[in-house]
Design a protein around this ligand. Structure first.
Ligand code: GTP
Ligand code: MG
Length: 285
């Protein structure tokens, strides 16, 4: 990364979906900055970036599923691969090489249980933070098309909250694929982005027996989200450069990345005069 961005041990990481990784890498390249991506998805078939490290060179999902002794299915196999990575963390460290001051995205597999309640990703985060001095920001991406309905919005919010609690990281929630939403779906979603429990609950209320029975619980969840501002979502349209730049800036601020680069040195003329408040005057030259 560029010299002016050096701030000590300043390796940074975000956890992303493949399309977002390539979007960020391309936008950074347009600004003549290099961002590296580590593919941590042992089942990845295609992604549109050149990875710095690729977990598939250590273990592929097929290795776990085809093994006659292990006999894993896709989910168990994926967890096995991530645990295998942790057992071979020396391999990852060696592959990463000297990444001091670099900005690294980790493109992670999509199975949500890895983040909501399992420990393997948490262990990885601890390794990055505590042993390898990374500054880590978790980026949780949810497909906006699954959030255009009160009940789904509540459940997406609870999933995001579980991830935040489990990983205990600076964290940002992003709604992806905004470019694919119709105008009416976008309007519907806008109502949830500044959540008002009554708006949400109005949508969630159906006349089913179940929803009637748990109405108070649903109301309490809605109030919790609103009262404590626990979870916020930021919409992302990858086709809107300004939108991508705003999100990058927000993430950089969270991990205090490139702060020195923003410090502008100015020459000042100090004058021996008292201003009207009795303070020494300061003039920018
Ligand atoms: N139009 C549009 N398509 C998108 C966007 N994000 C992802 N896609 C498409 O959705 C599909 C899946 O995207 P990926 O980036 O591979 O998603 P992923 O979360 O990495 O998927 P897995 O690795 O399988 O978990 C691809 O066909 C992408 O082109 C978006 O913001 N807009
Ligand atoms: Mg992917």
């Amino acid at each position: 990364m560029e010299d002016e961005m050096k701030i000590g041990d300043n390796k940074t990481i975000n956890v992303f979906q493949s399309t977002y990784c390539s979007t960020i890498v391309k936008q950074a390249a347009d600004d003549r900055k290099t961002i590296d991506v580590v593919n941590l998805d042992p089942a990845a078939e295609y992604f549109d970036y050149q990875p710095l490290v690729d977990i598939r060179e250590l273990i592929h999902l097929d290795d776990a599923m085809d093994d006659a002794d292990l006999k894993f299915g896709p989910n168990g196999g994926l967890v096995f691969c991530m645990e295998y990575l942790m057992e071979n963390s020396g391999w990852l460290e060696e592959q990463l090489g000297d990444v001091d001051d670099d900005y690294v995205l980790f493109d992670c597999p999509g199975q949500i249980e890895l983040y909501t309640h399992m420990t393997v990703m948490r262990q990885l985060v601890e390794l990055l933070q505590q042993r390898w001095n990374f500054r880590v920001c978790g980026v949780f991406l949810v497909d906006s098309q699954f959030m255009v309905d009160g009940a789904k919005f509540l459940s997406g919010t609870m999933a995001a909250l579980s991830v935040m609690v489990n990983l205990e990281l600076p964290h940002i929630n992003i709604l992806t694929k905004m470019d694919l939403l119709s105008k009416s779906a976008r309007n519907q979603l806008d109502r949830y982005l500044e959540p008002d429990p009554h708006t949400l609950l109005g949508d969630v209320q159906t006349r089913s027996k179940w929803s009637e029975k748990y109405r108070h619980l649903t109301e309490a969840i809605g109030r919790l989200i609103e009262d404590y501002s626990l979870v916020r979502f930021y919409p992302l349209n990858i086709k809107d450069e300004e939108n991508v730049a705003d999100l990058m800036l927000m993430i950089n601020n969270m991990i205090q990345y490139g702060e020195e680069a923003d410090v502008k040195m100015c020459d000042f003329d100090y004058e021996d005069r008292e201003d009207k408040n009795g303070l020494n005057g300061l003039h920018e030259s």
